[in-house]
Write a protein that binds this ligand. Structure first.
Ligand code: PBG
Ligand code: ZN
Length: 319
């Protein structure tokens, strides 16, 4: 008789045979910096998450560093938006200034800069728009300008989240040409057109004014296509690839992990966070156990890097 329970008999034997361990090294914490002063604004749909102005962000940065988090993902929210999202590549824009300030205060923290136009365009789409079409090729140049501007401000990793075709190669070339050969690209490669992003759109004020993102983000029904997206981005020069969202797409993470040896990041997105928070605020689930189970599941599926709004809590629980 096979006695599986032998290896479950005590906490020590369980940890000796444990296959998957989540550590602080795996965590990336997303942050929202809003243009202006003296802002600490709660995001209603994401309990525990705030928009900060740069002058107030210092207190949060101390918490992040003291918790032992080593990487953050920065989203800027500009005061002025226009049709083409020109604030995205303003060298003195909200995101660029925030990155410079963070680098000065905490030179070792890894700064990942999200590259996309949707927080900067008046229509809220991730690319340039002409008669309700989201333009692909015309969007590459502003994305490249934004990437160079963010690298110049001190971003260690550029993370294009727009899902335009060909942007990784275009951005890689622009970075190289401008002296940023060593800037890492983390590509949002398999990013699905998901209903799980809606709390984020409150936080980043980036809800599209018309239509949806289905002509550029992936169809949630397609797993094989996710592998092609990842292969394309690797061929174009991505250093790290991403699957997003995470929990409803663990199969995709697993399939991608079998198809490549590149490091995989998974984005445990806003809606996934808010659902756990809502249930735990109501006392319906044990927040710590559910979150740690989710983190473990994401890693077990094959992701090394976990981008999550739970990162601060997870880091505390791991201490
Ligand atoms: C912008 C972007 C989105 C997220 C990260 N970057 C949302 C979107 O496509 O509207 C989602 C993050 C989250 O839901 O936590 N391109
Ligand atoms: Zn976008």
């Amino acid at each position: 008789m096979v006695r599986m329970r032998r290896l479950r008999a005590s906490s020590n034997i369980r940890s000796l045979v444990r296959e998957t361990v989540v550590t602080k090294d795996d965590l990336v914490y997303p942050i929202f910096i809003k243009e202006g002063t003296n802002i600490k604004e709660p995001v209603d749909s994401m309990p525990g998450i705030y928009q900060y102005s740069q002058d107030r962000f210092g207190e949060e940065l101390d918490r992040i560093i003291n918790a032992g988090i080593k990487a953050i993902l920065v989203f800027g929210i500009p005061a002025h938006k226009d049709e083409v999202g020109s604030e995205a590549y303003n060298d003195n824009g909200v995101t660029q200034n925030a990155i410079r300030a963070i680098k000065q205060k905490a030179p070792n923290i890894i700064i990942i800069a999200d590259v996309c136009l949707c927080e900067y365009t008046s229509h809220g789409h991730c690319g340039l728009v002409c008669r309700s079409e989201i333009l692909n090729d015309e969007t590459l140049e502003p994305l490249a300008k934004m990437s160079v501007s963010l690298a110049n401000a001190g971003a260690d990793i550029i993370a294009p989240s727009d899902m335009m075709d060909g942007r990784i190669e275009y951005i890689r070339n622009a970075l190289d040409k401008n002296g940023f050969k060593n800037t890492i690209i983390m590509a949002y490669s398999a990013k699905f057109a998901s209903a799980y992003y809606s709390p984020f759109r409150d936080a980043a004020q980036s809800t599209p004014l018309f239509g949806d993102r289905k002509t550029y983000q992936m169809d949630p029904a397609n797993g094989h296509e996710a592998i092609r997206e990842c292969e394309n981005d690797i061929a174009e020069g991505a250093d790290i690839i991403m699957v997003k969202p995470a929990l409803a797409y663990l199969d995709v993470i697993k399939d991608v992990s079998y198809s490549t040896d590149y490091p995989i990041a998974a984005y445990n997105v806003s809606g996934e966070y808010s659902m756990v928070k809502a249930a735990s605020i109501n006392g319906w689930i044990d927040e710590q156990r559910v979150v740690m189970e989710n983190m473990t599941a994401i890693k077990r599926a094959g992701a090394k890097i976990i981008i999550t709004y739970h990162a601060l809590d997870v880091a505390h629980w791991l201490s």
